[in-house]
Design a protein around this ligand. Structure first.
Ligand SMILES: *Cc1c(COP(=O)(O)O)cnc(C)c1O
Length: 412
């Protein structure tokens, strides 16, 4: 199988280790969808994507929107008080929380909507769980004058009210999904069905670096700007590369974005941080890489947490953006090849890190992001003060403040 990396027309700048084969595989992971009509639609997206990323108009428009709309490049920040508190390595942040809409997801949503527009589509369709992807996509759709249809489980609609309001204000059409458990899995199924009924006019726009080909490739391409910027900025700021780069992993988009900048640097350790929830010895976690097996979910192969019947298991995390029983195929392969390692952090450690960062640096992180911070704090104390850790600060925690106030005793 010829990987894209061996194709002289590859202008990706993505490291070989995370490029797909012609079959859309990353090692044994990933893969293409079999349904004939959907397969044709995926083909159209893949061909269109590979063509436009070499198109000057597209590249210039993307770069203009990154600068003037998202607010890129996001800075690197040296968290001096947090580092001193841990008493070891110096901790730095890549500030994706400063992007418009407050997280990294806007990086791939702008790319996906721009791609849909170039393909002549008038509408983007997606699922959302906690509503973060839905808000970022609705934002990009409003900017580019595209229709936006977001499928969301009724249980999630109830829980994530502020995000539902944001999507409505931005002009998105919310489709409530009441079948099954009424959460993310059913929303994905419903969104794919809606897409299937309108393949000519719409494009499915996925929320992370996962799903069938070509989505992992597209999302990691648009997120790779994070790692590329971070490597240059870190060298400029410190004169060296970080000893470790760390990011939380739900589906894996913010992590693959950061890691991709450092995959050529074998001396830089890449660590993905998963939710251990209430503990790895309980059923209430979402530590897919740590405890999962090789399997399939939503049309692609990856590490997955399965129940006793071999179905994707119900999972838990305090951070709803990490609450998924599968993971992107690129991370599954990086793990097998020992090019990245995957660790886990409990809900309790996540809350401690959330409060520590808020109190020591005046940055309220997303609960998802707080997993990566908790891991950095755990390992920093055993490192020397001239060593460094770069954490992807994937998003801000405004969405989480009421929840945290309920859980944490502020008088302590
Ligand atoms: C959605 C989200 C995540 C998890 O998604 P990945 O695709 O794994 O990056 C992490 N952090 C924030 C702030 C999010 O909104």
């Amino acid at each position: 199988m010829t990987a894209l990396a061996n194709d002289s027309s590859n202008t990706y700048g993505l490291h070989d280790s995370i490029l797909p084969s012609l079959d859309g595989l990353y090692g044994e992971y990933g893969g293409k969808i079999e349904h004939p009509e959907l397969a044709k639609a995926m083909e159209e997206i893949e061909t269109g994507f590979r063509a436009i990323i070499k198109d000057d108009d597209f590249v210039n428009e993307m770069s203009r929107l990154r600068q003037t709309y998202i607010g890129r490049p996001s800075p690197i920040f040296h968290a001096k008080r947090l580092s001193a508190h841990c008493g070891g390595a110096q901790i730095y942040f890549k500030r994706e929380d400063l992007n418009h809409t407050g997280a990294h997801k806007i990086n791939h949503c702008i790319g996906e909507v721009l791609l849909a527009k170039k393909l002549g589509k008038t509408k983007v369709i997606a699922e959302t769980g906690a509503g973060q992807h839905g808000v970022a996509l609705a934002t990009a759709a409003a900017l580019m004058g595209m229709e936006c249809e977001i499928h969301m489980g009724v249980v999630d609609i109830e829980k994530e009210h502020p995000n539902v309001s944001r999507m409505k204000i931005l002009g998105a059409n919310i489709v409530p999904v009441s079948r099954g458990a009424g959460t993310l899995k059913e929303a994905v199924d419903s969104a794919f069905e809606a897409y299937l009924s309108d393949l000519d006019n719409s494009m499915f726009a996925i929320g992370s670096a996962l799903g069938p080909a070509p989505y992992p490739e597209i999302v990691s391409y648009f997120q790779s700007v994070v790692g590329r910027e971070a490597r240059t900025q870190f060298l400029e700021t410190t004169g060296t590369l970080p000893n470790k780069v760390v990011a939380c992993v739900g589906g894996g988009s913010n992590a693959i974005g950061l890691f991709s900048g450092f995959l050529g640097d074998t001396e830089v350790e890449k660590v993905g941080v998963e939710p251990a929830g209430e503990g790895l010895d309980t059923p209430n976690h979402a530590a897919t890489m740590t405890l999962g097996t090789k399997g399939a979910i939503h049309g692609f192969k990856c590490y997955v947490l399965l129940d006793k019947d071999g179905e994707p298991a119900p999972v838990h995390s305090i951070a709803s953006g990490l609450d998924y029983p599968g993971v992107g195929p690129q991370h599954s392969l990086l793990k097998d090849n020992n090019l990245a390692t995957y660790e886990s952090v409990t809900d309790a450690e996540c809350l401690d890190a959330f409060m520590a960062l808020s109190r020591l640096e005046g940055i309220i992180p997303a609960l998802e992001t707080a997993h990566a911070i908790a891991y950095a704090m755990r390992v920093a104390k055993d490192m020397s003060p001239d060593e460094t850790i770069l954490v992807n600060l994937s998003g801000r925690g405004d969405k989480d403040i009421d929840f945290v106030l309920d859980k944490v005793d502020l008088s302590k």
